[in-house]
Design a protein around this ligand. Structure first.
Ligand SMILES: Nc1ncnc2c1ncn2[C@@H]1O[C@H](COP(=O)(O)OP(=O)(O)O)[C@@H](O)[C@H]1O
Ligand SMILES: [Mg+2]
Length: 212
């Protein structure tokens, strides 16, 4: 992969140097800054792809799922407030600790939230995200419900496929949910989506409660 990342690093670095010169004509500056932006985007796609291809083994530790969720929500709080997205949480108290790779589980929640943000803003410039957790015998369920456009029934079976995206060109890689699926499978859990047309999308992540 260095075969791709080294040239990208070169493009980013050299275009940055040109942008730092004061005597670049405005028209050229705009083009160079486009080159720089696109090379940065290619780098971030490459990173996603590497995570996807590597399928890292999770580093399992006892952790509190509510704390993991709150950590991710905190990261997005100011952006969501600015974008007109309200967040409601209803996190069950006294949930048992789960065995998880917190960084990977947070990556899953982050992707679900980023998708919800994107589609709610795209459809009606804001909305409501509701997050629940609950305990059902030996699984803990985390639910993320948005009031965006929802997911058409005909594409619902495809959303976890690698490279499947309906975001506008340049906005999505289609890797988020497939990576998420891999991570949750490694945790012996389940991830799925439900959607009624026009009534938003709901993502459900189920993780097992470890035996005593
Ligand atoms: N909250 C949501 N509302 C509507 N569609 C969604 C939502 N979350 C995911 N999707 C659908 O699933 C697709 C795949 O998502 P993902 O794998 O995260 O890739 P990406 O974010 O790059 O599009 C999205 O492009 C969209 O079609
Ligand atoms: Mg995504």
């Amino acid at each position: 992969m260095h075969e791709i990342s080294n040239p990208l690093t070169g493009i980013i670095g050299l275009s940055q140097l040109i942008l730092e010169c004061t005597d670049v004509p405005d028209g050229i500056r705009a083009d160079i800054s486009g080159i720089n932006r696109e090379a940065n985007r290619a780098t971030s796609i490459l990173k996603d792809f590497l995570i996807f291809a590597r399928g890292q083994k999770p580093d399992m530790r006892k952790a509190d799922i509510n704390v993991a969720i709150q950590g991710v929500l905190k990261l997005r709080r100011s952006y969501m407030r600015k974008s007109g997205i309200r967040v409601y949480t209803n996190l069950a108290q006294d949930l048992p600790s789960l065995m998880m790779d917190v960084a990977q589980i947070q990556q899953v929640f982050l992707n679900i939230i980023l998708n919800a943000e994107y589609f709610m803003i795209d459809a009606h410039k804001g909305g409501t995200l509701t997050v629940f957790t609950s305990l059902h015998k030996n699984i803990v369920r985390s639910i993320f419900k948005d009031d965006g456009p929802g997911i058409p029934a005909r594409i619902l079976p495809n959303i976890f496929d690698p490279f499947f995206t309906t975001k506008e060109p340049g906005k999505g890689t289609g890797l988020g949910l497939s990576i998420s699926y891999g991570i949750i499978s490694e945790h012996n859990g389940n991830i799925y989506a439900e959607s009624m047309p026009g009534q938003g999308a709901t993502f459900i992540v189920e993780l097992p409660v470890p035996p005593e």
